[in-house]
Design a protein around this ligand. Structure first.
Ligand code: 2E7
Ligand code: F3S
Length: 321
């Protein structure tokens, strides 16, 4: 029997960004240099496939530093850590390697700079996300106010004539963040901050591609994990731009064929923590059921590469004479 025809509009750019590639390489190189086990605080990036592969090579993922034994290397995830975590690693003499994305590290420095200059600082982001916790933790507790929704701007207890500095999480919806920044600058005309917001190039390009595809497809699938902020934003952007059935899937095994039954056009993309292998796996699974035509929809070229940090030498205890 002939298979049904399916056109897949494949987003470009999609999938792994430069910060994710760098963070994964740091873990791989640390394993090569120091040997297993290498501890990693938090999932290096929010993707179970990536984490499981590194675990099979000898990485041990933990939530907090108190789960890391003395004397082993520990890597901080791409999402960044608060100053207290870095200080605790130093106090314990752990061999810490920082895989924080350089674009997050830049936000950390900005928040610190504004705070040192005496400005009240607000951060637009999602409470509880590790990137937000790391950014809030660049300055003393309570020094940065977190804004999650537009209404939070109105509730800010600050004089409207004061200079206020702002920063954002890097993986927000570009449109939602802009709404909040506009509301902030309307309420605080002396608002200080980045030209637009701190949303990174990868987040914004992936959203642009979804915007181009969403109105033209019957359904759209985003390959990404449930705890991946940037991936969830892609689902929301697709829904907001006219796709009637936008969902997150972890990979080929998670494809909901029953729900896709009868459709002729499918949008496909991947969050910044999802490797291209997962995209190709989904395409292969689709080809087993449909005669697939892939149309790539490219909205930007990405050439960003981040340099790797030098790995510190491991100091072995001096041998007894
Ligand atoms: C670090 C940062 O791991 P992710 O899914 O993380 P998010 O922040 O989207 O939950 O994606 C890669 C990544 C994105 N931002 C890593 Cl700060
Ligand atoms: Fe960095 Fe953006 Fe990727 S903050 S880790 S380049 S999604």
């Amino acid at each position: 029997m002939d298979k049904t025809a399916l056109t897949v509009r494949l987003a470009a750019p999609r999938g792994s960004c430069a910060g994710v590639e760098r963070a994964i390489t740091i873990v791989e190189q640390a394993l090569e240099r120091y040997g297993a086990p290498v501890y990693v605080r938090h999932e290096i990036v929010h993707n179970a496939f990536v984490v499981d592969r590194l675990r099979s090579l000898g990485a041990v993922f933990v939530d907090e530093l108190d789960q890391v034994p003395d004397g082993v290397p520990v890597i901080f995830s791409a999402h960044g850590v608060s100053k207290s975590v870095a200080a605790e690693a130093e106090r314990r003499g752990l061999l810490a390697v920082d895989a924080t994305c350089p674009l997050v590290a830049k936000v950390h420095r900005e928040v610190e700079r504004h705070h040192r200059a005496g400005l009240p600082v607000v951060l637009i982001g999602h409470a509880g996300h590790p990137e937000v916790e790391g950014t809030l933790g660049q300055v003393p507790e309570g020094a940065v106010r977190l804004l999650e929704r537009p209404e939070d701007v109105d509730a800010l207890n600050l004089p409207t004539d004061s200079a206020v500095a702002y920063a954002t999480q890097t993986t927000l919806s570009v449109d939602e963040a802009r709404g909040l920044v506009d509301r902030l600058s309307a309420r605080f005309p002396r608002l200080v901050g980045p030209a637009k917001e701190d949303i990174c190039y990868a987040t914004s390009n992936r959203q642009q591609a979804v915007k181009a595809i969403a109105p033209t497809v019957e359904a759209l699938r985003v390959i990404g994990a449930a705890n991946s902020s940037n991936s969830n934003r892609l689902v929301e952007v697709a829904a907001a731009h006219g796709c009637p059935d936008a969902r997150l899937i972890t990979g080929a095994d998670d494809l909901d064929f029953d729900r896709l039954d009868g459709i002729r056009t499918l949008g496909l993309t991947a969050g910044a923590s999802a490797p291209e292998l997962l995209v190709q796996g989904v395409l292969d699974a689709l080809r087993s059921r449909y005669t697939v035509t892939v149309e790539e929809v490219r909205v930007a070229e990405e050439t960003t590469i981040f340099r790797l940090p030098p790995l510190p030498e491991r100091e072995f205890p001096a041998a007894a004479d």
